[in-house]
Design a binder for this molecule. Structure first.
Ligand SMILES: Nc1ncnc2c1ncn2[C@@H]1O[C@H](COP(=O)(O)OP(=O)(O)OP(=O)(O)O)[C@@H](O)[C@H]1O
Length: 255
């Protein structure tokens, strides 16, 4: 199974945003990092793929089937989306909001496997100790981990995560990326994480999509894309890359 987005096009009145985006085949069981400068169109791309914004043209093919030809219920079942900004009912606990995310568009009854899925995921992301805390009482980084659990708690086939580590400290960034990579492999899902940290992408992503001004200008294996002159050109900086045992690290950037 692969995800393949073809000619995805979206714009606001007088403002084209996505200009015929083609991703190539994004492999199942692999973590893809979506990179690109501010305003390149990454969040818009996610919203269009998730069906939250209506593209003007193009197809989103998951295992060869057009996601947007599916029913709303099928789309929600298959695609799990974590938006860039966290918004949850502050009067609910962490356990409750993650459970609610799991039950989205499902039978309202809570079964044993729902409770164990939520417990297991909180444990996996290391926030089980927050389960009974109210959302309003959490730090920004803790809220981001809860948002991530909301996206990952369902059995989707495609996970779209908009900057999942932007509010996290160094240790949590590494732990979350490692866990995301493991879960993606175990579930044989397609996971795309938009991010600005090239070092994290280099270390954990298997595949890179590089976006610039509403187009994907490079799609390929992490080592290939990060070493390309395209990356320096897209960001408008000189980038020095150094390979290490764990992958490719960006060690320096100059304007
Ligand atoms: N509701 C809106 N109306 C008009 N233009 C919008 C709207 N939302 C986003 N845009 C524009 O669409 C373009 C792409 O925005 P988008 O949020 O997709 O970029 P991004 O790559 O996710 O950026 P960042 O890395 O800064 O989060 C930007 O020029 C932005 O100003």
């Amino acid at each position: 199974m692969t995800l393949r987005v073809e000619r995805l096009t979206f714009g606001y009145p007088d403002k084209p945003v996505l200009r015929s985006v083609n991703t190539g085949d994004l492999p199942v069981g692999r973590l893809t990092a979506l990179l690109g400068p501010n305003a390149a169109g990454k969040s818009t791309f996610f919203r269009c793929v998730a069906g939250l914004q209506q593209p003007q043209a193009g197809q989103v093919l998951l295992a060869g089937n057009d996601l947007h030809a599916a029913t709303r219920a099928e789309l929600i079942r298959d695609v799990c989306y974590m938006p860039q900004s966290f918004s949850s009912n502050a009067a609910l606990t962490v356990f409750e909001v993650v459970l609610l995310a799991r039950k989205q568009l499902q039978d309202w009854r809570v079964h044993d496997d729902d409770v164990s899925a939520v417990s297991h995921l909180l444990l996996r992301f290391g926030i089980q100790h927050l389960a009974e805390r109210y959302i309003a009482e959490l730090s920004g980084g803790q809220q981001q981990m809860v948002a991530l659990c909301q996206a990952m708690v369902r059995r989707g086939r495609l996970f779209l995560l908009d900057e999942p580590t932007s509010a996290l400290d160094l240790r949590h960034q590494l732990e979350v990326m490692q866990t995301l990579r493991e879960i993606t492999r175990e579930r044989e899902a397609v996971t795309i994480a938009a991010m600005h940290d090239l070092n994290l992408a280099a270390r954990f992503a298997d595949h890179i999509l590089l976006m610039e001004e509403g187009r994907v200008v490079a799609s390929g294996a992490t080592d290939d894309v990060l070493c390309s002159s395209e990356l320096a050109r897209t960001y408008g900086v000189d980038i020095e890359l150094q390979r290490s045992r764990d992958g490719v690290y960006m060690v320096g950037a100059r304007i």
